[in-house]
Design a protein around this ligand. Structure first.
Ligand code: 13P
Ligand code: SF4
Length: 333
């Protein structure tokens, strides 16, 4: 089997996957389903056979998110699930740092990453040596790292955080000043919510940094009663124009709580598709910025990785030992 092999769409496959198609029919055109259905069927059969579980981030495409994932969520939800699953094999339908976090919490399990090149501009923006240099420059200040970092950086970190708990984590330390890395925009958002002094690193998310306050204000002018829900990796003027700021799971939750029938999710494209499936009465205005890393994960490479049990995420045990504390301290909050 190679990534290019085409699996056949038979009447049996159509019948076996009818329930899955019913879930995504509003966001996956009928003409495309014959390309997805054979993979959906093969993946769901093989993961049972192998006692494997698929964790999928909220930015995965609908045919992954709704049709093969066992658990979907934000980085915090995936880390929590990763810490408690029974399965022997975990497939990460997300990006590399998420698979590393899962491996750090489950060193004895097989963690599969269908495409090892699914990186993240934030994780790529900082090295372990950079963190050591920050500590030297700001002696005594604890290091809080966003989970969007490599295992090497986590090993140099006092405590991790995600966009879902960053303020809580910073305040839990009971100190006046923290080093917060690597996202400058999440850092400035946290600084706006706490009295703790935040020393930031100049990293940014290549997807969220492209949104502008002008763009959001234009949408608000064009659509009356528009509810604007933004991810904290966006620049400050975008967040100022938003009605709610939160992690991807927080954003999804807020869609269910707010009352407008017009919603703009200021984040990666697939979120609106995935969330709209559960909110047929809400109209989603879609300022679409794609994450090229998340989009490296596909049904064919998930199937390939379940078949071959490759590529596996492997981390030096000494790094796991040092990185684990920072992730566990976050999960304990
Ligand atoms: P969440 O933890 O909010 O899902 O964010 C992860 C991410 O990569 C956002 O760009
Ligand atoms: Fe990284 Fe941004 Fe992609 Fe999230 S959306 S994985 S932060 S590049």
């Amino acid at each position: 089997m190679t990534f290019t092999e085409t699996l056949e769409y038979t009447p049996q496959i159509a019948a076996d996957t009818a329930a899955q198609y019913a879930k995504v029919e509003r966001v996956v055109p009928k003409i495309e389903w014959p390309n997805f259905a054979p993979y959906v069927s093969a993946i769901n059969a093989l993961k049972k056979e192998r006692n494997a579980i698929i964790l999928a981030h909220n930015y995965q495409t609908p045919e992954i998110y709704h049709c093969v994932a066992d658990f979907v969520g934000d980085s915090l939800g995936l880390a929590r699930k990763g810490a408690s699953v029974d399965a022997e094999i975990i497939v990460m339908a997300g990006v590399h740092f998420m698979a590393e976090t899962t491996k750090i919490l489950n060193p004895e399990k097989i963690v599969l990453m269908p495409d090892m090149d699914a990186g993240c501009s934030l994780a790529a923006s900082i090295t372990a040596a950079d963190v050591r240099a920050m500590r030297e420059k700001h002696p005594g200040a604890p290091v809080v790292s966003y989970v969007n970092t490599s295992a090497d950086v986590k090993a140099e970190t006092d405590i991790c955080c995600t966009s879902g708990n960053a303020v809580e984590v910073v305040e839990s330390l009971g100190v006046k000043k923290v080093i917060f890395l690597p996202d400058q925009y999440l850092a400035s958002y946290v600084a706006s919510q706490t009295d703790v002094e935040i020393i930031a690193w100049p990293g940014s998310c290549e997807v969220h940094e492209r949104f502008t306050g002008d763009e959001i204000r234009d949408y608000k002018k064009a659509y009356d009663q528009l509810s604007v829900i933004a991810h904290p990796e966006c620049p400050p003027d975008v967040l100022e124009a938003a009605d709610f700021v939160g992690s991807t799971a927080g954003m999804i939750d807020f869609v269910g709580k707010q009352s407008s029938n017009k919603v703009l999710l200021v984040t990666e494209c697939s979120m609106s598709d995935n969330v709209s499936v559960e909110h047929p009465d809400v109209e989603f205005i879609r300022p679409c910025n794609l994450c090229p890393h998340m989009k490296r994960i596909t049904l064919p490479n998930i199937l390939e990785s379940l078949r071959t049990l490759q590529p596996r995420v492997e981390i030096d045990p000494a790094i796991i030992e040092r990185a684990r504390g920072s992730v566990e301290r976050m999960l304990a909050i």
